[in-house]
Ligand binder design. Structure first.
Ligand SMILES: [Zn+2]
Length: 471
């Protein structure tokens, strides 16, 4: 006769099975509360952590043959993977319960009641999951789906308008700054630009020294509210809305353009609202933030393994993003593309031959952020920072010249803009460098198109206006 469990027992089995996964999901939701990325960014790390929880629980059950012990073990494992404070709490509960049982059996001579730490850990997981959901909801995480659905490209708009490709090179210093601050003239690249028909704008600058300000000025034309605290989720969300509802996207669509953006790893810097959003799939900054909170990563030899993998991922994203631009240029449709490449911004991942470099981020995650900016943040000398930056700039030059050549070969009439959003910002004491930006543009038939205003503001629309006027 089959054994029939009473309903209460079945329920507790289900809850025990679900508790490690609930703990994992609560950590992901908790981290998500501080971001403005689309909710879908929780899916990948959430699934990975749930799989880790299930694996730990299954493996422990095979050894111990007791679901309560396997659950406690899996929760301890998840806590060690996701958060130092949580790991501390779980260790205290597990050790405390074990000590109490030992005391009862050995010292007081009672029979073991068999109840382990799971009876405390399971309610803890459910409590954490519930409060993570409530906190995320109360802080407006549900508003993270932002932006208007894109207007379809007008079918019979201007016929001779060229495709537009903007390679947004985050933190690329202006050439005079490269020379005076970093001692590198960048001559081979400047010669190549001239030969390839680019105008280089020596006075190019942005009102902003943060990516988001320049991006918003470029796409929406709105002055970005500098007064607000940088980094708060509400502020990031507002920025994403400005980017997702940017007038530039509507203007381009009504001029017959398909708008395409290739995302950087920074989840809040691309709103919806483009016809195509290409994410090349490597790790993003939300996931890096989750990893950075892991005591296993921070305090064990795993640090160097994970760090090297992150550097690889970061390199792969840059290469894959450039390959994506090359691919879309071959499609032969009229498009306006913005590829946000997080180079030569730190970390330093390329040497001067565009081969892998691996400098500076030893401090991650305990002493610096993965995308730390200032030389001071890395605890390294300014000279070492400057040398690494110059190598990275040279490596990036190699990569982008190859891509630009491919774009132009596929689409000879293409407008190509190489620009940065701010300088390298290596030193807080040098704001002039922060606002000096790279701006080089190939605008066939319209030489020096941006000379009157060498700024990022309304860039797409200004180019569009010039080409429309001459149609
Ligand atoms: Zn930037």
């Amino acid at each position: 006769m089959a054994e029939v469990h009473p309903p209460r027992r079945r329920l507790s089995t289900l809850i025990l099975l679900a508790a490690p996964a609930a703990l994992a999901v609560s950590a992901v939701i908790g981290d998500y509360t501080g971001t403005a990325g689309h909710p879908a960014i929780m899916l990948r790390p959430g699934l990975v952590l749930v799989a880790v929880a299930a694996f730990l629980q299954g493996a422990a059950w095979l050894i111990a043959r007791r679901l309560e012990s396997a659950t406690a073990f899996a929760m301890l494992g998840i806590a060690l993977v996701v958060d130092r404070t949580l790991a501390g709490v779980v260790i205290i509960i597990v050790a405390g319960t074990a000590a109490w049982r030992l005391w009862s059996v050995v010292i007081r001579g009672r029979s073991d009641h068999g109840r382990g730490s799971a009876r405390f850990l399971v309610p803890l997981a459910m409590l954490l999951l519930g409060s993570a959901v409530i906190v995320a909801a109360s802080r407006g995480a549900a508003e993270n789906v932002v932006g208007e659905p894109p207007t379809p490209p007008a079918a019979h708009a201007g016929t001779n308008l060229p495709s537009l490709y903007v390679l947004f090179l985050d933190g690329y210093p202006r050439h005079d700054m490269l020379q005076t601050r970093f001692g590198y003239a960048n001559s081979p690249f400047l010669s190549w630009l001239a030969e390839a028909g680019f105008d280089v704008y020596p006075d190019s600058h942005s009102d902003y020294d943060w990516t988001r300000g320049t991006l918003v000025a470029m796409l929406s034309g709105e002055p970005y509210p500098e007064g607000e605290r940088l980094g708060g989720a509400a502020e990031l969300r507002r920025m994403r809305r400005l980017l997702g509802e940017a007038p530039a996207l509507t203007s381009l669509a009504s001029a017959g353009y398909e708008t395409v953006t290739i995302r950087s790893p920074v989840v809040h810097t691309a709103g919806e609202g483009w016809h195509r959003v290409i994410d090349t799939g490597q790790i993003n900054d939300f996931e890096i933030h989750l990893l950075a909170g892991s005591p296993l990563v921070a305090h064990t030899p795993l640090q160097s393994v994970v760090r090297a993998w992150l550097m690889d991922q970061h390199r792969d994203r840059v290469r894959a993003s450039l390959a994506a631009v090359e691919r879309i240029a071959e499609r032969g449709t009229r498009q306006a593309a913005l590829a946000h490449l997080l180079v030569p911004h730190t970390p330093f991942i390329f040497d001067e031959r565009a081969e892998p470099a691996d400098e500076f981020t030893d401090c991650w995650p305990r002493h610096c952020r993965f995308y730390a900016i200032y030389a001071d943040d890395f605890g390294r000398s300014t000279e070492a920072y400057e040398a690494a930056l110059v190598k990275q700039v040279r490596g990036v030059n190699r990569l982008i010249t190859r891509t630009v050549e491919k774009i132009v070969a596929a689409d000879p009439s293409a407008v190509v803009v190489l620009m940065s959003d701010h300088g390298a910002r290596h030193s807080k004491a040098d704001p002039e460098e922060h606002h000096a930006t790279l701006l080089a543009a190939r605008t066939p038939g319209h030489p020096n198109l941006l000379a009157d205003e060498p700024v990022p503001d309304r860039l797409f629309e200004r180019i569009l206006d010039a080409y429309r006027a001459s149609e």
